[in-house]
Write a protein that binds this ligand. Sequence first.
Ligand code: FES
Length: 123
Amino acid sequence: MASKKYTWHKVAGAATDLQWTAGAIAEVSADGTKICLAKFQDQWFGFAHTCPHAGAPMTDGYVAGPCQVVCPVHQLKFNLKNGGRDVNGEGYTLKTYPVEVRADGVYVGLEEAGGKGFFKKWF
Ligand code: FES
């Protein structure tokens, strides 16, 4: 299976530059796409700004337990470590993005082929 290719976008100069919500989520923008960030101990995760169930803003949600984020509207829980699948078994998947913290800042990876870049180019 071919590995995914990413274009990396710097979203903050340092982790301390990010504004965290009361629910321990930070909103950033990568190439015009709103993305949420969450941190669990030393692991970072990026995930979609809107919930796949009914479109609630995930920035109003909160981090709950290891690698889980909870939607603010119907409280579905998504496990960010297994690709954003909901832990309630409803079959929804919250899109996730890789995050890297480098010496010069925080970066989010957007998929190159077949992702938003493809649609931006052709539509
Ligand atoms: S809108 Fe997120 S669980 Fe319903």
